[in-house]
Every structure is written in C-alpha cells, then in structure tokens.
Design a protein around this ligand. Structure first.
Ligand code: ATP
Ligand code: MG
Length: 347
C-alpha cells in the first residue's frame, strides 16, 4: 500500500474512542465533534424491539425505564459485549459526527481505539462492527498510544514515557517509545467499579439503595483517592430507597467515608503502576524518572489520585489537559499527521 495514499485521507475520515462509558469522535480537520455516553435504549412492544434512543438521550433513561425499555451499555471492560447494539451505536455516532448520513461523499477511513488487553477475537469484532457501520477502511490504534499522542508526549522519539489511562472499564498502564508500546498492562479496575463500590458501601453502612447515576454523581462531586488530612471534607445529601422500610429516603455522606469505599480500588491502580515501573527497562525508567507519569481518562480526575500516585512512586504525576477527550484527540492526530505513521495497524 502506498503510504501517500494512506495519509491523503479526505475530510470525512474520523477517529473514534469507543469507551465503556463515553464515545468520543474526532473528525479530521475539525477536532472533537461528538462526546456522548455509550448507552443504547431498546424498547420492546409485543415482542418487537426497536431502538428508542442512543447516547446522551439514552443515558437520561438509565435506571428510570419502564419494563418495556431496557438501557444497554454495549461496551464492557473496554471491549464489545453486545455486537449488534454496538454496531448500531457506532453507526449512529458516525452519522451524527458527519451531520447526517446523506452528507457522506464516500465511505470514511476510521481509526478506532482498542485496549492493549483486547484479544484477537475482540479486535476482529470491533473491526467488523466498524465496517458494518459504514467504514471504508478501519485502522486500529492502541488506546494508550492514542492517549500519549493526545497528551503531547514524544512517542515517535527514543524517549520513554508512561501513560496511565483510567476509564470506565479498565486502567491501562503503558510505557511508550519509538512509536511502540515497550510495556503495557491492563487491569479491569476503573470508574464502573468505583461507582459500584460507592453504591455497596452506602448500602452496607446506611441501608440505602442508590442507583448507578447517583453513585457516579457522588464520586464526581465528593469522591477522592484519599480523605483530606484536615477536617475540610465535603459532604453531600443523597436520595435512594431505604432497605429497612422500603420507602424513599435521604441521607448525608461525607468525603472521608467515600474515600474509604474507594481505597481498595485506588490501591489496585497504584499496584498496577508500581508493577509497570518494576518491569520497565532501565533506560526507559530513567526517562520516566525525569518526565514523570501522565494520567488520562475520566478516572484520572478523581480528586487527589495524582497525589496518591505521586507519593507511592516518588515521581511527578500530571493529569493531561482535557483528560476525557485525550484518547480521541490522539487518535485523530495519528490519522492526520504523517509523523505518526506506523502507530496504527490496518486489517
Ligand atoms: N471529575 C471527575 N471525577 C471523577 N470521575 C470522573 C470525573 N469526570 C468524569 N469521571 C468519570 O470518568 C468515567 C468515564 O471516563 P472515560 O470517558 O475516560 O471512560 P471510557 O473511555 O468510556 O472507558 P474505557 O476507556 O475503560 O473504555 C465516568 O465513570 C465518570 O464518572
Ligand atoms: Mg477510555
């Protein structure tokens, strides 16, 4: 294949970060054009199912649907869990990113991000779903590589860089150098597990059942990797269903107890980073010592996680700018800029 053709891609080409929680799309020459929850709502009436909503609109229905509507998250642990629904969702987002199906002059080339831990079977499923959704060509890029490019790290140079991407499904730890992954490890610990830990902690301690969306809101508003050292902790009123009386109820939770519910998961993320550092070649480790660790993904926004990771490793830890869109921006750059030639694979 001529490399010049490879990079002379027209402007409807796009890069997709198909995340467990959010799908972010970047269009060549335009940047991020779409950022929506990876959620699909399906309605079944008299045995006939149809898609009721996709993305932001579907997320609003999470946990609030009548029996006839199911909300589905087709991605789990960073890979496709429900192929048909995933394909519909990808197609919908591609059309929306292009401003409607009719405006597509030709089938676009699509760069799609995959976690390093995805198996060959899972890679093939993502590739197939993307072709079926309308792609003319599919290029796969490792999520960590895209995150590093999006964060502006020197991935094409012989300089070691460490990226920790914490998403809904997984935490990916990678060391990159010279357009490749020198080390990568993925642990199935991410934001979804944090939300679950908050919900189960509140159920145990307060006998209150809360929904997924409420647990997420608690994490974003007062969640932290470690409780504040002074008594400045914030608190929050939360509503749910009282387990003893079966009625709606409201309680107050504080930052300290939420940090306690998250401690085990934060510990697992720290462990994954420490084990990556242990396995890194000395020359690359020296670079990481100088440059520190870059975090991306929604999970990196958890309060004081950077501080906890920095204390555990003795290294500077930086949260990338626009951590939630970093992977899609990086994949978009990889698609546009010939300097990144070789970081993607075409099937
Ligand atoms: N300020 C914040 N503090 C803590 N968590 C946050 C914050 N903002 C967003 N998040 C969390 O980030 C998560 C989504 O992160 P992200 O979009 O990076 O995941 P993803 O890419 O879809 O998942 P994956 O990469 O595992 O497939 C959500 O669970 C959300 O609650
Ligand atoms: Mg992600």
């Amino acid at each position: 294949m001529g490399l010049s053709r490879f990079f002379s891609l027209a402007s409807n080409d796009l890069a997709i970060d198909l995340g467990t929680v959010n799908t972010v799309v970047s269009v060549r020459g335009k940047g991020i054009v779409l950022n929506e929850p990876s959620v699909v709502a399906i309605e079944t009436i008299d045995g006939v199912s149809r898609t009721r909503a996709i993305g932001a609109e579907a997320k609003l229905m999470l946990g609030k649907t009548p029996d006839t509507i199911r909300t589905i998250r087709p991605m789990r642990d960073g890979v496709i869990a429900d192929i048909d629904i995933a394909e519909q969702m990808i197609k919908h987002f591609i059309d929306k990113a292009h401003g409607g199906p009719s405006r597509m002059p030709r089938r676009p080339a699509i760069a799609i991000c995959i976690p390093a831990s995805a198996t060959m079977v899972e890679r093939r499923a993502i590739k197939q779903a993307t072709f079926s959704a309308g792609a003319g060509r599919v290029l796969l890029i490792e999520e960590s590589m895209a995150a590093a490019i999006g964060a502006g790290l020197p991935v094409t140079e012989p300089i070691g860089a460490m990226v920790v991407d914490i998403g809904g499904g997984t935490t990916e730890v990678a060391v990159l150098s010279l357009r490749g992954l020198a080390y990568s490890n993925s642990v199935r610990v991410g934001d979804d597990r944090m939300d679950e830990a908050i919900a189960s902690g509140i159920r145990r301690r307060h006998n209150l059942m809360i929904g997924e969306a409420t647990a997420e809101r608690i994490k974003v508003e007062i969640g932290s990797a470690i409780a504040p050292s002074d008594s400045s902790g914030r608190s929050l009123r939360v509503k749910g269903r009282d387990l003893l009386h079966g009625v709606p109820a409201e309680i107050t939770v504080n930052e300290e107890e939420i940090a306690g519910f998250l401690a085990d998961l934060v510990g697992q993320i720290v462990e994954a980073v420490l084990s990556a550092l242990e396995k890194t070649e000395p020359e690359l480790a020296a670079d990481i010592f100088d440059r520190g660790i870059v975090m991306t993904g929604g999970g990196s926004l958890l309060a004081r996680l950077d501080q906890v990771l920095s204390d555990a490793t003795g290294l500077p830890v930086i949260v990338a700018e626009d951590a939630l869109t970093c992977v899609a921006r990086g994949a978009g750059l990889a698609l546009e800029d010939p300097a990144y030639r070789g970081v993607m694979t075409e099937f």
